[in-house]
Design a protein around this ligand. Structure first.
Ligand code: XMP
Length: 515
């Protein structure tokens, strides 16, 4: 059976992966490509539909990203969103310009053509998320206006006969009340997709692709025990079995007892056959990190050391052809590799490989997925729920939860504090209700008094956030009594700490990690 595919052409907008994700939520498989993709490649893929994303440019500037008219003449339905909508009009002979006022934020849209396939089961007045400085002033010939707002005469337009749809707002953003409905109308009603794609199809498809790519090559997987790399490892083991070796580096920046726990699950005595090798490299990492406070520098050091350890391990194992990494989409976008958008910080497991690498190629089977999608894939692979719903833990580990210089003593403090915090959250039955929670160590020492003695010790920061996709997050409302208990246990049980703080910051402006 031929798989149904919708492609998203990335013109540099902030929400591009969300578009793909929403399409997958409609049970239609979706992939993202740069707008630079050749038309021949598109024809070869023969997608059921094409979606053009938003982007920061003005489509009438000669240097702005564009696409040839042919794209709209393939007989494949096209949906243009924001910049994509403007570009569609511009290329097909309409007029786009800068009005006196832009439109930003929640806006009421009035639907002029309720019979439009895109607006099936959508109320005639609905709230949408607008974010544009340019606007469509004149639609191209063959189009009709299907929706407007108080400030924007063309909020949506279509050429039904040609299957061309232009939407000025962002249906992919949850603030657009009926956005998912509209996207679903596009892929199901306009493109005629069956909507029968599931995560198990992702697993099946990935296994097939990996087998094709790897052939009889040898594969090395960096297994951290976190959700992402565990799902990647089990996926790979399903695809290439004994050709896979998993190396678990204990970099000394793991949570308390985590090294042994990972070994118990994935090692020779566990449920999987992963050719598991544990490397105890703690001291190497501490030595490299000595005296370094700058967060990006720490990340780079940890990342590079990781690669070095792998290289050495790979040499022991013999020639390796492929290296697997559990990179997921938010890692990609925040490292600035997500098509056309901006760099926030470098995740050690993306890009940034040192010059000398002994592997032929990197395989990142989860690169297009959001966290919750990775979890679904994990369940499809038969990984037990308690592992699949494990909280995320960053590759650089406690290196990004200790502000300032990382030392063995600080690692011990944050491990102990974090273990208490997790234990109390579990006891209170809150684990599944909070997206991510952990203790971090601030670089602040302050005066306290304990048992009549003056202390000058560290402050531990507790973080707990709720998030859907880890791109945005809000501080979780952990009951005060639980926080108080955690505070008192940390102060009493963890030597070197005399203050406990709770971080209320959301993301943005904060990040989830504390570095
Ligand atoms: P931030 O701190 O960027 O975190 O808001 C977003 C999510 O990503 C995790 N994170 C990482 N994961 N390697 C990873 O695999 C990293 O370098 C890294 N840094 C942050 C973080 O725990 C959160 O879930």
């Amino acid at each position: 059976m031929k798989r149904e595919l919708v492609i998203v052409l990335d013109f540099g907008g902030q929400y591009n992966q969300l578009v793909a994700r929403r399409v997958r939520e409609c049970n239609v498989y979706c992939e993202i490509y740069s707008y630079k993709i050749d038309i021949e490649k598109i024809k070869e893929m023969n997608p059921k539909g094409i979606i053009l994303t938003g982007g920061p440019n003005s489509c009438y500037d000669p240097d702005s990203p564009t696409y040839s008219r042919e794209l709209f003449e393939l007989g494949i339905p096209v949906l243009g969103l924001c910049y994509g909508a403007q570009l569609m009009m511009h290329v097909l002979g309409g007029k786009v310009a800068r009005p006196d006022v832009g439109e930003y934020g929640k806006t009421e849209v009035l639907i002029d053509k309720p019979s439009s396939k895109i607006f099936e089961n959508v109320p005639e007045k609905t709230i949408c998320w607008m974010s544009h400085t340019d606007a469509i002033f004149q639609i191209a010939s063959g189009f009709e206006i299907t929706a407007h707002t108080a400030d924007c005469p063309v909020a949506a337009a279509e050429n039904e006969q040609e299957g061309l749809y232009a939407i000025q707002y962002h249906p992919e953003v949850l603030h657009t009340a009926e956005g998912t409905k509209m996207l679903s109308n596009f892929v199901l009603k306009v493109c005629g997709c069956a909507g029968d794609w599931r995560m198990d199809s992702f697993v099946e498809e990935s296994v097939k692709q990996i087998r094709e790519k790897v052939g009889d090559g040898k594969v090395l997987c960096a297994l951290s025990g976190g959700v992402d790399s565990s799902v990647a490892a089990v996926l790979l083991s399903k695809a290439v079995g004994a050709q896979l070796t998993c190396v678990f580096v204990d970099h000394g920046l793991l949570r308390k007892n985590e090294g042994d726990e990972v070994e118990a699950v994935f090692g020779p005595k566990g449920a999987y056959d992963l050719n598991f090798i544990r490397v105890n490299a703690q001291q190497r990492f501490y030595d490299k990190l000595a005296g370094v406070s700058e967060p990006e520098k720490k990340r780079k050091i940890i990342g590079e050391e990781f690669i070095r350890v792998f290289e050495e391990e790979a040499k022991e194992i013999g020639a390796i052809d492929f290296l697997v990494q559990g990179t997921i989409y938010p890692d990609v976008v925040e490292s600035g590799l997500g098509g056309e958008s901006a760099v926030i910080k470098s995740h050690h497991n993306v890009g940034g490989l040192p010059d000398y690498v002994d592997f032929k190629e990197i395989i990142e089977p989860l690169r297009d997925l959001f966290k919750d999608e990775v979890r679904k894939a994990g369940l499809e692979l038969g990984i037990p729920e308690y592992l699949v719903y494990r909280q995320p833990f960053p590759g650089p580990g406690l290196g990004v939860r200790i502000i300032g210089e990382v030392t063995e003593k600080k690692v011990r403090i944050v491990q102990d504090a974090d273990a208490i915090y997790r234990e109390e959250i579990e006891k209170a039955g809150l684990t599944r209700g909070i997206g991510q929670y952990f203790a971090a160590l601030t670089n602040m020492q302050s005066v306290g008094v304990m048992g009549d003695e003056r202390t000058y010790d560290y402050a531990v920061a507790l973080r707990a956030v709720n998030t859907i996709d880890f791109m945005t997050a809000e501080a979780a409302d952990v009951p005060y009594a639980v926080l108080q208990k955690v505070m008192s246990r940390i102060i009493n049980e963890v030597k070197g700490v005399n203050r406990v703080l709770y971080d209320l910051t959301s993301k943005p402006p904060g990040t989830i990690e504390f570095e």
